[in-house]
Every structure is written in structure tokens, then in C-alpha cells.
Design a protein around this ligand. Structure first.
Ligand code: C5P
Length: 401
């Protein structure tokens, strides 16, 4: 982000104590950071700390201006490449939505033409309140980007959505808005979730995949600047904003969705748990118990990843980088051996192995993976799936470069 000017508005939530670290990371990424703070923010973080890490005077009031010294707030608003509000309280969110300009942060938000990125942080009930949600919706509709809030323990003792996104996620989101991330301009295709292979109109063969890992991979790719398409089986997750979502049910629909897209992609991450078998034919009426116990005859589904690996080779293409997943119930060496085998069987570049013995991993927020390539095996975690996704992308971005 060398040379990019970021104006950071700090408002009065407990998460403000993390902002010196945020500024430090933004500066380390090359940005020039100017900080503004509200009066309430000063209860949680000192201007001195922000001045020390940013290297610039912190403005706390519109009347702090000294135009002669070149720090008037309108000029800051004009020169910003990005206006970041972190943490953004419910009150400031409302100010921004309504266009009030009764403090420095809301005034600069109105005066700037730079993209605005907000990181809400508040009690879960405040965040979920219909008023706050309506304000967030209004801001989104006007192009304001949101990062978080994350879910977890809140300072107020509640557990839920309301934590400010971590500094590393804020830096990634800032890079994404500035088109400066390591995946800027790259096209990324991610598959996630299970497939449902119909038995009859109401029943299906499925599996325990929650889709969380694939969704985290898609979201982090977006934050790193990629243009992301997420092809998702049936899951109970909300698609990340700014990601194109393609919904599928059956393996053969997944195959068709990929066939139409993989040649225009820089990276394909196959995190979906594709059913290996499907009922040869789905009954067109609900199977009736009174007709006796039916016998399900199964047919093999195509191995979609292996098919794309083969076509890529036959067509002499270097891209997309192909990333497969290997969920194995045997851990340790056997896990890595199976993953290596999959590299060659499926013609992919990277296999992400995870140990799912005992049903662990599925639906959990934390996991552990091993990134297996021809060069070696690289364990990551255990940590939450977003952090896994971030570390995975760090490695994939290097391979792309
Ligand atoms: O062979 P296995 O099912 O363990 O391989 C898993 C990898 O292959 C995953 O990346 C999965 O998305 C992909 N796969 C596929 N088509 C199938 C089964 C798995 O592309 N029919």
C-alpha cells in the first residue's frame, strides 16, 4: 500500500485499544495513516499512542485544525485514498447513515470522496437491533464496505456478533478496497459445502460438510483483492458480501458450474465435499414405506477435480492453480501419504489435507490442515478457519507469483 493515504477514524468502543496495533500494521504495509478520534475514543486509547505509531498528529475535534500547518480536516478528507472507521460504534454508524456531522469522524465521512470501510464493534444486541441493521443496510447500499463484526466473546460478557475484526483482517480489507492485495485482479473459484444427491423428491444422500472452510477461503480471497466466485452446495451460511454466489445441489450441477468457469480462473480451490456416488435414478414420487423396503442402486459421480486436472494438462494450460482437499479419517503420515497420492491422481498442484477422524472438523470453527505440494508438507493450525484460510492464501499467492 506504499504511498496510499488512509484516514482512520477511531470511535469510542473498547476495541479502540487495538487501534495502535492496527495503525502499526497499516504503516508496515506501506500506508500513510492519519488518525482522528472522537471524545469517547479517548477513554479507551490515547492520542499519544496513535501519534507515536502513525508519526502524525491526531485530530480530536474539528476545532483542532490549524490550516497553516496543513492539517485541516477537509484537506485530510480530500487527500484520503481510504477512510476507515475502526472501531465503529452503533452511535457513529447511525451518524454515518443519517449524514450527521456533529463530530470529526462523521464530518470527514461526509466530506470525503474516498471509499469508506467500517469495522463495527458493539454489544451483540446493539448490532442485531433493527435500527442498527437498517443503518448498516443503508450504508451498504451507498457503497460503504463493512468488515466484521466477528463473532465471539464480547467485552460486555455476552457472546455473539459484535467484536471488531482483527487488525490483520482490517489490513486485508483495506488492501482489498484499495485494489492493493496480493490477489488483486486475480480470479478465484472456490467450491464449498456438500452435495445433495436426490433419492426422491424429499430425500437425498448428503454428507456432514458445513461449508465453513470453503466460505472462509472465499472471504479471505476477496479481502486479499481477488474477484471471487463461490460455487456452494446446500449450507446454512451467508455468502460473503462482494463474492459471486452460484448455488448447486448435485455433483453434476457442480461439474457444469465449473466447466463453464474454470478456464477463466487463476485459482480453483475445491473445498466442496462432492458425493462420490449418486442414486442411479431419483424416484419421481416420494418412496412409500408400504411398497416395501427399496434398494438403492448407486452410480459413481465423475471425479470433477481429476477431470479438470486432466483437461488442463491436455490443453497445455498452466492455470488455474488447482487446489484439492483431502478429508481423511487416518491422521499422521497416512494423511500426508494419501494427500501426495491425490496430487498425482488428480493432477493438482496443492492438496489441503485434514484429519476428520471421529467426525471432528465438520462444522467446527477450528481445525488443523497440512498443505501438501510436490515440494513438501506444511502443517497449519490448529486455529480458526479464517486464520487457516489466511495462511493458506499466503502460500497460494506465493505460488501464483
Ligand atoms: O478423492 P477424494 O474425494 O478424497 O478427493 C477430494 C477432492 O476431490 C476434493 O477437493 C473434492 O472437492 C474433489 N472431488 C471432486 N469430485 C468428486 C469427489 C471429490 O472433484 N466426485
Amino acid at each position: 500500500m506504499r504511498g496510499r493515504r488512509i484516514v482512520l477514524g477511531v470511535t469510542g468502543g473498547i476495541a479502540a485499544y487495538k487501534t495502535p496495533e492496527l495503525v502499526r500494521q497499516l504503516v508496515k504495509a506501506g500506508a500513510e495513516v492519519r488518525c482522528l478520534m472522537t471524545r469517547a475514543a479517548a477513554e479507551f486509547v490515547t492520542a499519544r499512542a496513535l501519534e507515536t505509531v502513525s508519526g502524525h498528529r491526531v485530530l480530536a475535534s474539528v476545532f483542532d485544525d490549524s490550516p497553516a500547518a496543513g492539517i485541516d480536516h477537509i484537506r485530510l478528507a480530500d487527500e484520503a485514498d481510504l477512510f476507515l472507521v475502526a472501531p465503529c460504534t452503533a452511535h457513529t454508524l447511525a451518524r454515518l447513515a443519517l449524514g450527521l456531522a456533529d463530530d470529526l469522524v462523521s464530518t470527514v465521512a461526509l466530506a470525503t470522496r474516498a471509499p469508506i470501510l467500517v469495522a463495527p464493534a458493539m454489544n451483540v444486541n446493539m448490532w442485531e437491533h433493527a435500527t442498527t441493521q437498517a443503518h448498516a443496510e443503508a450504508l451498504r447500499a451507498r457503497g460503504v464496505r463493512f468488515v466484521g463484526p466477528a463473532t465471539g466473546e464480547l467485552a460486555c460478557g455476552w457472546v455473539g456478533a459484535g467484536r471488531m475484526a482483527e487488525p490483520a483482517d482490517l489490513v486485508a480489507a483495506a488492501m482489498s478496497v484499495l485494489g492493493a492485495g496480493p490477489l488483486a485482479g486475480r480470479r478465484v473459484l472456490v467450491t464449498a459445502g456438500p452435495t445433495h444427491e436426490p433419492v426422491d423428491p424429499v430425500r437425498f444422500l448428503g454428507n456432514r460438510s458445513s461449508g465453513k472452510m470453503g466460505y472462509a477461503i472465499a472471504e479471505v480471497a476477496r479481502d486479499l483483492g481477488a474477484i471471487v466466485t463461490l460455487v456452494s452446495g446446500p449450507v446454512a451460511l451467508v455468502a460473503p458480501a462482494g463474492v459471486e454466489l452460484v448455488r448447486i445441489q448435485m455433483a453434476r450441477e457442480l461439474e457444469a458450474a465449473l466447466e463453464a468457469r474454470w478456464r477463466d480462473t487463476d485459482v480453483l480451490v475445491m473445498a466442496a465435499a462432492v458425493a462420490d456416488f449418486r442414486p442411479v435414478e431419483a424416484a419421481d414420487q416420494k418412496l412409500d414405506r408400504r411398497a416395501g423396503t427399496p434398494t438403492l442402486v448407486l452410480a459413481a459421480n465423475p471425479d470433477i477435480l481429476a477431470g479438470i486436472g486432466r483437461h488442463r494438462r491436455e490443453e497445455g494450460r498452466a492455470r488455474p492453480l488447482l487446489v484439492g482437499f483431502a478429508a481423511e479419517t487416518r491422521g499422521g503420515e497416512a494423511l500426508v501419504d494419501r494427500a501426495r497420492q491425490k496430487l498425482s491422481d488428480k493432477g493438482c498442484d496443492v492438496v489441503v489435507a485434514n484429519d476428520v477422524s471421529g467426525g471432528a472438523v465438520f462444522g467446527e470453527d477450528e481445525s488443523r490442515i497440512v498443505v501438501v505440494t510436490a515440494e513438501g508438507a506444511d502443517p497449519i493450525g490448529p486455529t480458526d478457519k479464517r486464520a487457516l484460510a489466511r495462511q493458506l492464501w499466503q502460500r497460494l499467492a506465493l505460488r501464483l507469483a
